[in-house]
Design a protein around this ligand. Structure first.
Ligand code: ATP
Length: 327
């Protein structure tokens, strides 16, 4: 386990990549636990881009008041092309050192961890906290924001399902997930979708879906629900083609950014609070270059290099269940 060469006195915290409900609970926990442990905390606005723009300020306990119930991130977030370059990373490390920041807590997805890893090679100790609605970080079974996002999406799907049922329609509902289909899989199973299209699995054979609709209609089914992931896309044109081929009125609904917003669920607030506190505690003990995760039913932490080398796959059994539960 990597240890800091000298005692950590000041830590920084930032959110990076896509925002996720629950990030505020994590920031709050990092700030308050670190202060409680006697550390100084600097908040960095707008992720790595804000770091490069010197948007750094001290944070006190009050700065995170009234934020635990809010969606989004009070520190704002951004994606930064500049920070992916060696020059950008060296500049980032220099700015942190100028502000006396010994170690940095990065709340984001695995892209953000890669940025953190680069900083760790430049003398800044780092701790990653999994913050993404996509659940696509291999080292952890939970990521901050996923629970809120799937509940938001599921409620929306239920509403579309009601009208789809009344009008005997086929509905295609597109949920977020460019490369990862976890939101689609969980929401698809939880809303009883007849088809779930995952970027990791979909073979683009639309005829199979059409045959499925035709077959199921012969058995008396009057509505048909397809949950499609953003990474598969083409929901609107797919709807047109399915309607033409089956004669069943077909509509596409793209849920979009609504899935990112909203007040975090209790689960997201709780897990984010524990993870944020753990990050502050690790740094207080001088432990650096770790990622906090939830694995096999418990909170833990692993080396950031190891975390980034891991691969995550959609569990085959869940995909099988999704098919088996449809009649
Ligand atoms: P999400 O899952 O929400 O997309 P993410 O953290 O994976 O979150 P990215 O856009 O991949 O989101 O990464 C966030 C930022 O981290 C990037 O804009 C970039 O500044 C930095 N970053 C990403 N990849 C690297 C890398 N290989 N090296 C250094 N920095 C990186």
């Amino acid at each position: 386990m990597a240890k800091a060469e000298k005692a950590i006195k000041t830590i920084g915290v930032l959110t990076s990549g896509g925002d996720a409900p629950g990030m505020n609970a994590a920031i709050r926990a990092v700030v308050r636990k670190a202060l409680k442990n006697g550390l100084k905390v600097m908040g960095i606005d707008k992720g790595y881009q804000g770091l490069l723009n010197n948007e750094i300020r001290p944070m006190n306990a009050k700065d995170v008041s009234d934020s635990i119930q809010m969606g989004g991130t009070i520190l704002k977030t951004a994606r930064s092309e500049e920070f992916t370059t060696r020059e950008g990373q060296e500049n980032g490390a220099k700015i942190l050192k100028e502000h006396g920041v010994d170690a940095l807590v990065v709340i984001g997805g695995d892209g953000s961890y890669r940025g953190a890893l680069a900083l760790s090679h430049l003398g800044i100790g780092v701790i990653g906290i999994p913050g993404t609605i996509d659940l696509d970080i291999a080292c952890t079974d939970y990521t901050i924001g996923f629970d809120t996002a799937i509940n938001t999406a599921m409620e929306a799907i239920d509403k579309v399902r009601d009208t789809s049922s009344s009008h005997e329609r086929c509905s295609i509902i597109e949920v977020m997930g460019r490369k990862a289909g976890y939101i689609a899989l969980w929401c698809g199973i939880s809303s009883g979708a007849e088809e779930i299209l995952l970027p990791e699995k979909y073979d683009f054979d639309e005829q199979k879906i059409i045959n499925h609709i035709v077959g199921i209609r012969k058995l008396g089914k009057t509505h048909f629900l397809i949950v499609n992931a953003e990474g598969v896309g083409h929901s609107v044109s797919m709807a047109r083609r399915i309607e033409a081929a089956t004669g069943m009125e077909t509509r596409a609904t793209i849920l979009g950014y609504m899935q990112r917003g909203g007040s975090p669920t209790c689960k997201d607030r709780f897990y984010a609070s524990v993870m944020g506190a753990m990050a502050a505690d690790l740094l207080t003990k001088g432990v650096i270059n770790r990622v906090i995760c939830f694995k096999n039913g418990d909170f833990t932490d692993i080396d950031i290099d190891e975390a980034l080398a891991m691969k995550k796959e959609i569990p085959e059994y869940y995909v099988e269940i999704a098919k088996d539960l449809v009649r």
